[in-house]
Ligand binder design. Structure first.
Ligand code: KPL
Length: 320
């Protein structure tokens, strides 16, 4: 089995480093040639959770921006290829989709896995790719430290599911789930992946914008009473909106949000990290997506909408 890991962010690098320890062949794809060159020359450095150990994994690596030049190398390959798409929502734009389409034609992927926060990505990717697409929701903790280093900040679970019902999706879901298990991840296959996607969406809708706005670590967020009130209100609003789409969310409680803050206490949320680095955030695919779902169901989403407006106002790079 051959696996392209597309995206060298924290989860992409963690997946690649773990899969490199299996008999599978792994190829990592970065956004820029600069990052690819660093990884080709120095390998991926994976730090253990306790920071006591680090291992270097040498990894074939190319950049998506040079995909055209790779045609000759990749064309006509007969092996069985799969892809894990681990780029951020903000990166799934037209140019990326063109590059992905090109790579998919060259590799003739049997199936792909997509791992993103928020919603919207599956529809975009499915519009250009006809093979089975497996949705993945992971709670693995990973922290990127530079172009080729990642800390495995905490073990979690990785849930796989089929949202689109395409032919053979169940078969590949099992096969790819096994591959991730062999790489050391704790994997579950869910018959209702939407529940997991929406549950994560709801947690991200509370933790991500508020940690970014108040500039605090995940564990610090519930420590002030003002922030706690906002967290509860944002949770309540998001839950009511998403419940209409996914009744299984009825069982979700605010304690779950507090539990994630505690379990990831020393983490900088991905949105806070984006804001601190001056990058576009995933606000549109998280709180923006919840506001859109509300509008579709003729409901209001004042807090989710406010989060979008405040993050956009503070950080104009977030405007489309
Ligand atoms: O998924 C996350 C993120 O930062 O995007 C949480 C769960 C909030 C962990 O940091």
């Amino acid at each position: 089995m051959n696996i392209d890991v597309i995206g060298s962010g924290s989860i992409g690098m963690l997946m690649a480093a773990k899969l490199l320890q299996t008999p599978y062949h792994v190829h990592l794809w970065t956004r820029s040639e600069q990052a690819a060159a660093v990884i080709r020359n120095r390998g991926i450095v994976l730090h253990t959770t306790d920071h006591q150990n680090q291992h270097v994994y040498h990894c074939p690596c190319s950049s998506m921006e040079l995909i055209v030049e790779q045609d000759e190398i990749l064309a006509g390959q007969q092996e069985e290829w799969y892809a894990i798409i681990a780029v951020k929502q903000t990166h799934i734009h037209d140019q990326f989709l063109e590059q992905l389409d090109r790579l998919a034609r060259l590799r003739r992927y049997r199936a792909i896995m997509v791992i993103q926060n928020g919603v919207g990505h599956v529809r975009k990717i499915a519009s250009i790719m006809a093979m089975p697409i497996i949705s993945v929701v992971t709670s693995e903790g990973a922290k990127r430290q530079g172009l080729n280093e990642v800390v495995h900040a905490g073990s979690g679970t990785t849930v796989l599911g089929d949202e689109l019902g395409r032919d053979k999706a169940r078969y590949y879901q099992k096969k790819l789930g096994n591959a991730l298990e062999i790489a050391g991840f704790t994997v579950f296959v869910s018959k209702n992946i939407k529940e997991h996607i929406y549950r994560k969406l709801m947690l991200n809708a509370v933790i991500n914008p508020l940690t970014a706005l108040f500039n605090v670590m995940n564990g610090e967020l519930p420590e002030s009473s003002t922030r706690l009130v906002l967290m509860k209100q944002l949770f309540q609003e998001s839950k009511e909106i998403l419940l209409e789409e996914e009744p299984a969310l009825a069982a979700c409680t605010f304690d779950e949000v507090l539990g994630i803050c505690q379990a990831t206490a020393a983490n900088t949320s991905s949105m806070r990290a984006d804001v601190l680095a001056g990058r576009r955030t995933e606000i549109a695919s998280i709180n923006g997506a919840i506001a859109t779902i509300a509008a579709t169901n003729k409901k209001n989403a004042p807090l989710n909408e406010s989060m979008v407006h405040i993050i956009e106002a503070l950080h104009p790079e977030n405007k489309e």
